[in-house]
Design a protein around this ligand. Structure first.
Ligand SMILES: Cc1cc2nc3c(=O)[nH]c(=O)nc-3n(C[C@H](O)[C@H](O)[C@H](O)COP(=O)(O)OP(=O)(O)OC[C@H]3O[C@@H](n4cnc5c(N)ncnc54)[C@H](O)[C@@H]3O)c2cc1C
Length: 407
C-alpha cells in the first residue's frame, strides 16, 4: 500500500525545520510533526529581551547550505557576523587568531538568536509544500518491508484518539530524549564530563567589533559570542562541584567572576541577563539508522558545547542526506542500503568532530590534570603550525563537501 508521505520528520526544532524545507525543495513529499504549538514558539517579551536570548554560532559552511536554497534570507537580518575568532588561555601566551579575510569570506560564521532563527525558518513552512502538523506528539513507531508508521497525539486535544501516519522514511529529530529512538530500541552511549555549562548574555561597555572569543580560563572554557548591539552571549563551562556556588551568586558577584576569568578584551561587563546552568554530557546513539528510521540532530548526538560544533555537524549531516537521496531518481528513501550509504558518507566527519570536541573538553577543562604550560604550548602549536589551526578553522567553518543534489 502506498505510504501517506515519502518522508516523515518527527521534531520541528533547529535541525528538523530546515531539513523539512530542504527535502521538500528536493522534490520529496514531506510531513513535519512537531510537539510544539504556535503558542509556545518562545517569542514572549521576556525571551526577546537582548539579555535573555539563547544563541548558536552557525558556521560559514552551514550558512552556505541555507543560502544555496534561499533560506539564509529568512534569518540573516538578525544574524551577527563573526569576522574574527580569538582563542587564548588565561596566564599563558599561546593564542590562536583566525580571520574571515584569510579565507576570502565576509564572516567565519554568524551568531543567531535561537528563537528568532527558528521563528524565521518556521515562517517559510507555510509557503512550502511541507505538511506541518503542530502540537502533535509522536508516541510509537512500527515498520515493515515497505513502509513505517508513526502514531501521534494532538497535545492540545485532551483525550484525543491517536492518529497514524505512514512514510517510506521517518527521520527522528526529536531531541536528546528521542521517543522515536527509544521506540525502535536504539540504545545510547553516555559520558558525563562532570562539568556544567552556564549560559547567558552580558552587556558590554564597548563594541565587540564582531570578534568571537574562546578563553580557556582557570575555572573552565569561556566562550563570548558577539550579538547585535553591545551584547555578548556566553557559554562558561565550570566544574560540576562549583555548580551550586555559581547558581546562587548575585549578578554583581557573577559578573566580577567572569570579568576576572575573561579579562578586559571586551571592556567592562555592565549587566548580565538570566543565567541557565545544566550538566554537560556526551550522548550518542549506538547506531544512526534502523528499520526505516534515521536519527539526526540531538536525537543522534549531543556534544559538549566547547567548540560550538553540534548544530553545524547536524547541518552537514542534512547536506549529506540530501546528496545521498538526490543521487538516484525513484529511490526508496527508507531502504536500508540507502541509509547505510548515508551513514558511511558521514562517518568520518562525525568521528573527527566527536574526537576534536572531546579532546578540547577534557584537555582544557578547569582544574585539568594537564599542566597549564603544556596546554598553553598546545595553543602555541596551533598558532605555529598553520595546518593544525587550519584544521580547527576548517571544522569550525564547517565546510559542506558536496552541494545537495536536486532529484
Ligand atoms: C549550551 C549549548 C550551546 C550550543 N552552542 C552551539 C553553537 O554555538 N554552535 C553549534 O553548532 N551548536 C551548538 N549547540 C548545539 C545545538 O544547540 C544543537 O545541535 C541543536 O539545538 C539541536 O537541535 P535539534 O533540532 O536536533 O533538537 P531540539 O532543538 O531539541 O528540537 C527537538 C524538537 O523535537 C520536538 N519533539 C520532541 N519530542 C517530540 C515528539 N515525541 N513528537 C513530536 N515532536 C517532538 C520538540 O518540540 C522540538 O521542536 C549548543 C548546545 C548547547 C547545549
Amino acid at each position: 500500500m502506498e505510504a501517506d508521505t515519502d518522508i516523515l520528520i518527527v521534531g520541528g526544532g533547529m535541525v528538523g525545520t530546515p531539513l523539512a524545507l530542504l527535502l521538500a525543495q528536493q522534490g520529496w513529499k514531506v510531513t513535519l510533526l512537531d510537539a510544539v504549538t504556535d503558542a509556545d514558539t518562545g517569542n514572549s517579551a521576556a525571551q526577546t529581551h537582548p539579555l535573555e536570548q539563547r544563541c548558536t554560532a552557525i558556521s560559514a559552511g552551514s550558512v552556505g547550505l541555507l543560502d544555496s536554497v534561499g533560506l539564509w534570507d529568512a534569518v540573516k537580518a538578525d544574524a551577527c557576523p563573526m569576522t574574527k575568532v580569538h582563542v587564548s588561555q588565561q596566564g599563558f601566551f599561546g593564542t590562536v587568531r583566525m580571520q574571515a579575510s584569510d579565507h576570502n569570506l565576509d564572516a567565519l560564521g554568524y551568531v543567531v538568536n535561537n528563537n528568532h532563527y527558528l521563528t524565521a525558518l518556521r515562517s517559510r513552512l507555510s509557503d512550502s509544500d511541507v505538511q506541518h502538523i503542530i502540537g502533535a506528539r509522536a508516541v510509537s513507531y512500527r515498520a515493515d518491508a515497505t513502509s513505517a508508521a508513526v502514531a501521534y497525539k494532538i497535545d492540545l486535544d485532551e483525550g484525543s484518539d491517536e492518529k497514524t501516519i505512514s512514510a517510506q522514511l521517518v527521520i527522528a529529530v526529536d531531541g536528546i530524549a528521542s521517543t522515536m529512538r527509544d521506540a525502535v530500541g536504539i540504545g545510547i552511549r553516555h559520558h558525563n564530563y562532570e562539568q556544567c555549562a552556564v549560559l547567558g548574555c552580558v552587556e558590554l561597555d564597548q563594541p565587540h567589533d564582531n570578534v568571537a572569543y574562546e578563553r580557556f580560563a582557570a575555572g573552565g572554557p569561556l566562550a563570548m559570542l558577539p550579538r547585535t548591539g553591545n551584547i555578548a552571549s556566553f557559554v562558561y563551562c565550570i566544574d560540576a562541584k562549583d555548580q551550586n556556588r555559581v547558581a546562587v551568586m548575585e549578578a554583581d558577584e557573577f559578573l566580577a567572576m567572569i570579568q576576572l576569568e575573561f579579562g578586559h578584551r571586551l571592556g567592562v561587563f555592565k549587566q548580565v541577563g538570566k543565567r541557565t546552568i545544566f550538566p554537560l554530557t556526551r550522548i550518542e546513539a549506538q547506531v544512526q539508522q534502523r528499520d526505516r528510521l534515521l536519527l539526526l540532530g540531538n536525537a543522534m548526538r549531543l556534544l559538549h558545547p566547547v567548540a560550538g560544533q553540534g548544530y553545524n555537524l547536524a547541518i552537514r549531516d542534512v547536506a549529506g542526506l540530501l546528496s545521498t537521496l538526490g543521487l538516484t531518481p525513484d529511490v526508496d528513501p527508507g531502504d536500508a542500503s540507502v541509509l547505510a550509504s548515508f551513514v558511511s558518507l558521514r562517518e568520518s566527519d562525525q568521528n573527527r568532530i566527536v574526537k576534536l570536541t572531546d579532546a578540547l573538553a577534557r584537555g582544557f577543562r578547569g582544574y585539568s590534570k594537564l599542566p597549564g604550560h603544556i596546554r598553553g604550548a598546545g595553543l602555541l602549536t596551533m598558532a605555529a603550525v598553520p595546518q593544525l589551526s587550519q584544521l580547527i578553522t576548517k571544522q569550525g567553518l564547517g565546510y559542506v563537501k558536496s552541494a545537495p543534489a536536486v532529484r
